[in-house]
Design a protein around this ligand. Structure first.
Ligand code: WTA
Length: 635
């Protein structure tokens, strides 16, 4: 018997030890007992981090939607699979049963097939948090197409880059989206993006806001009439374990976004197993993750992990502050949520509001509270624990990444004693290591270093779409024979991990990873800008906010700085999206540079953080005099 469901600490240690000593046996047992396979694997694991090449369950055949839908129909057909809670609380919620989900996914899959989508084709999905989003992912998976979801808050340029990178021929989009009191013209954004995307043949359009949109003849098609005529049965495409399931883009510290490729079997096994344990999901529970499916958290822990366990998962279309800051708690009460999974940035924003918003609702259904996306600070942790969890619902501070596919370091609720700001222990099968700057592993406790993982787990991304070399350079080159996460961490006296943050040029703003390079590139597009550098500085709600240092060209000197600031943020909104706007913009005559011409962000970061007493040695800079000027004019 595999230990699918861990219930106490002794069991955790015992299963953990087994997963490290005999990883292949361990994962084979989990896979064998809890999933359906069209054919079993020949080999559980082959791997080489130096190449890098990782294969799990090689030779196995399956379709992930049979595991997420079909197999539940006999016993749970009438159980609610997805609760859709609309942006506007006056619009009725939808309760989509497993039978309904089967029907909707098959219809969508048949529509895709009729439109010519084939196994291995990439389908870009640019939709708000409406049921069609989850259905589109599953429909792609049903027919073996590779979905590439782009978060519907990204700008047309960001969308175009992602569509072109993976050469999507098909796009699924909507006329618009609701976001609080606003509605957003998504179709307009798509149209603009597609001017740059010759590869796209067909756009299927979901009607959501019923706004006027232009439909381009021969390219754009309303989805609903096609669905109305489609059959509600679709034979699943039988996939190899290592066939790609999806591509999801994440920001790098340099260059264009990285299309992380996740494959089928390992991803399914790991997300399902972590979901069950990290949320201690029981059959009649109602689980809600507030993330958007445009991010990995939504892929793994709104769609695949929950559905593979036959769970009831909530999709919320709206925002935490509409119609007021009580919205989340009202939804918890309305649907009697048992597990609630959100991000520190949301917790901090809600903690700032009057406590009556939380107190007005009955939160007693809550059993487990989750946090993801960035370090959760102590104050937010306690507010979450005291006010929302009433000190009886353990907080699972889950550390993981787009690249890891599933949760890596986390408490198991009611099993692992929690500790504020600590993600605590590695999950089953995960072998972390802290490394020093010389590439040596730091053993023992009460140490800190760069966080690496020494051994593959089933849901690790297998490559970067179209650029395996970059995959190797980014994750497997900093430390020999180890996966490097890009994060720093410390390990306390009992072996608990605390993630201290990125050690590269990625800045996490409101839980969104932003690479500095694409934002700087956008700023530099402004005709008056000569050069720029951005860094993060602490912000009490967003975690980090962006601080930009901008050198103007001669033509820009003498112009009104506030106008320039607005224009720069406008350009960033167009190129990257509104999430990347700068909170502070300082104009400067120069940027501190090394003799080889590299911008010393460390110094800029310290100035932005008002930590100017230990800037370190600046005398070796090419232009040390500029540092004082920047300090004098700091915002
Ligand atoms: C950060 C999100 C501290 C970290 C699932 C990581 C965290 C990056 C935590 C990945 C946490 C995520 N505590 N930091 N619990 N969870 N991070 O790819 O820096 O959007 O490398 O995946 O978020 O962000 P991504």
């Amino acid at each position: 018997m595999s230990n699918y469901h861990i219930k106490h600490l002794e069991e955790y240690y015992q299963v953990y030890r087994k997963s490290v000593r005999e990883p292949e046996n361990f994962w084979a047992e989990v896979a064998e007992e809890h999933f359906i396979w069209r054919k079993k694997w020949n080999n559980v694991l082959s791997w080489d981090f130096r190449k890098p090449e990782i294969k799990w369950f090689e030779g196995a055949k399956l379709n992930i939607t049979e595991n997420c839908i079909d197999r539940h129909l006999r016993t749970k057909g009438d159980k609610t699979a997805i609760i859709f809670e609309p942006n506007n609380p006056d619009e009725v919620a939808q309760y989509i049963t497993y039978n309904d989900l089967y029907d909707r996914v098959c219809k969508m899959a048949n529509v895709l097939k009729e439109q010519g989508v084939k196994k291995g084709d990439r389908v870009c999905i640019y939709l708000p948090m409406i049921p069609e989003l989850a259905v589109s992912l599953l429909a792609c998976a049903r027919i073996g197409a590779i979905h590439s979801v782009v978060f519907a808050g990204f700008s047309s340029k960001a969308l175009a880059t992602r569509i072109n990178d993976s050469e999507c021929k098909f796009v699924i989009a909507s006329d618009g989206s609701y976001r609080g009191s606003k509605s957003i013209d998504l179709k307009g954004i798509v149209d603009e993006a597609l001017e740059q995307c010759p590869c796209v043949q067909t756009v299927l359009v979901v009607k959501r806001v019923h706004s006027e949109v232009t439909m381009k003849a021969g390219r754009d098609i309303w989805l609903q009439p096609l669905l109305d005529n489609a059959s509600g049965d679709c034979v699943p495409e039988i996939m190899d374990a290592e066939d790609p399931l999806f591509i999801l883009y994440t920001s790098g510290s340099t260059g264009k976004p990285k299309g992380m490729v996740h494959t089928t079997a390992g991803y399914m096994v790991y997300t399902a197993y972590t979901f069950k344990n990290v949320f201690q999901y029981k059959d009649d529970d109602v689980y809600w993750c507030t993330a958007d499916i445009g991010w990995i958290t939504g892929h793994s822990y709104i769609v695949y992990g929950p559905l593979a366990n036959g769970a009831t998962t909530v999709m919320f279309e709206g925002v935490p502050h509409y119609p007021d800051f009580g919205r989340f708690w009202q939804i918890v009460d309305k649907h009697k949520i048992n597990q609630f999974y959100t991000a520190p940035t949301a917790i901090r924003a809600l903690a700032k509001q009057n406590i009556s918003f939380a107190e007005a609702q009955d939160l007693s259904s809550l059993r487990v509270l989750g946090s993801v996306g960035e370090p959760i600070n102590e104050e937010a942790w306690h507010w979450y624990n005291d006010i929302i969890g009433k000190k009886k619902s353990p907080i699972v501070d889950t550390w993981w990444q787009t690249e890891t596919g599933g949760i890596m370091i986390t408490p198991i609720p009611f099993v692992t004693p929690t500790k504020p700001t600590y993600a605590t222990l590695p999950f089953i099968g995960i072998q972390p290591a802290l490394m020093d700057e010389n590439g040596e592993e730091i053993k023992g406790n009460q140490v800190d270093g760069r966080l690496c993982i020494k051994f593959p787990w089933p849901s690790i991304a297998r490559t970067i779409w179209g650029d395996h070399q970059r995959y190797k350079d980014t994750y497997f080159s900093a430390f020999d024979n180890k996966y490097f996460t890009g994060d720093g961490a410390l390990r306390d006296e009992v072996g608990y991990y605390r993630i201290t943050g990125r050690v590269d040029d990625v800045i996490i703003v409101s839980g969104h990873n932003l690479g500095t390079a694409p934002i700087e590139d956008a700023i530099n597009e402004h005709p008056a800008v000569a050069e720029s550098a951005i860094v993060g500085f602490p912000h009490d709600i967003k975690g980090n906010a962006l601080y930009g240092y901008v050198i103007l060209k001669e033509t820009g000197e003498g112009r009104d700085h506030n106008n320039l600031r607005n224009e720069i943020n406008q350009i960033i909104t167009e190129h990257v999206g509104p999430i990347a706007k700068l909170d502070k913009i300082q104009f400067t005559s120069g940027l501190p540079k090394t003799r080889s011409g590299k911008i010393m962000r460390r110094i800029l970061r310290k100035i932005a953080c008002k930590d100017i007493n230990n800037l370190g040695d600046t005398s070796t800079l090419l232009n040390p005099e500029v540092v004082q000027e920047i300090i004098d004019n700091a915002l």
